[in-house]
Design a protein around this ligand. Sequence first.
Ligand code: TXA
Ligand code: MG
Length: 328
Amino acid sequence: MNEAVEAACALLRAGEVVALPTETVYGLAADALNPEAAAKVFAAKERPSFDPLIVHIARRRELSSVACVPAEISGTVEKLAAAFWPGPLTLILPKQPELPDIVTSGLPTVAVRCSAHPVFRAVGKELGGPIAAPSANRFGRISPTSAAAVIKELGGRIPLVVDGGACPEGLESTIVSIETREGKKPLFHLHRAGPVTKEMLQPFGKVVKAKEKTGDAPHAPGQLPSHYAPVTPLVLLENPDDFKPEPGKRYGLLSYRGEGPYVERHEWEVVEALSPGSGKLAEAAIRLFHVMRVLDESGVDCIVAEPVSETGLGVAIMDRLRRAAAER
Ligand code: TXA
Ligand code: MG
């Protein structure tokens, strides 16, 4: 067995937390059945206790160890799992009583996914039990898509970061809950847009946006208006002509292709492109959090973001940009 996988498992068995790569973003992992270990995840991230963790299983058949799937949705769950697991889809299901309440923040439901990343899967299989893992960033900040980004977020707070290179999807998993409807296809409530797009889910059911809750106990705090945010203020401009620079301020542009009307609009201090030249949404998704971080560290006073087209993966990219731009 790989030395890093072995070291990660030893720490997880000892009730410690470890940062691991997934195909979406790096996760801060803990043994999901150990409440003290889960408490360390909340502490390292400074995450409020009302924000539940995602639980990861290594194989589809392990779903029953963390969730009780009601008979009326079991056929749909099986179809979704067969189509998208392992992969970036998280399902909200009734929880198994053995799962500690701290993991689900006292909710009767659990968010479950099965990561496709070879390192994460190897650790899960070797550990032989479910892994709780939110994104490995401090609460509300930019999700890490590289080991270096994890170290910037949590360095000095956690005993190990396993470096699996850059995350191949770059955006957090799609989160859905399932509602059955008499004589009709099921309804999927989309709690967070992600790499599994609406178009990909549609053959299995009707996709609607989950109602967003605000206040102290939100449904999914990743869905709070302000999240995934750089320290530097970020504004998302629907139109290049909306840009009115203030004298003396230094601006950085988060551009889609690194060319075009937004780039030409101003003498930018720095321009970072999501998909240089070609304009491909999949590449933009992979690079989004990295580029946000680079601009955040560039020393500009304000980051101006250009919109991407809201189709396919563009929906998840625009969701993250809007939340990064939301007032804090
Ligand atoms: O791609 C991902 O999902 C990554 C990797 C590491 O797996 N994880 C991730 O976790 O993004 P986190 O904690 O950053 O985001 C999980 C979101 C949070 O917004 C949380 O509120 C929501 O899932 N969530 C967790 N359990 C839930 C539940 N039972 N009901 C509703 N939302 C839930
Ligand atoms: Mg997160």
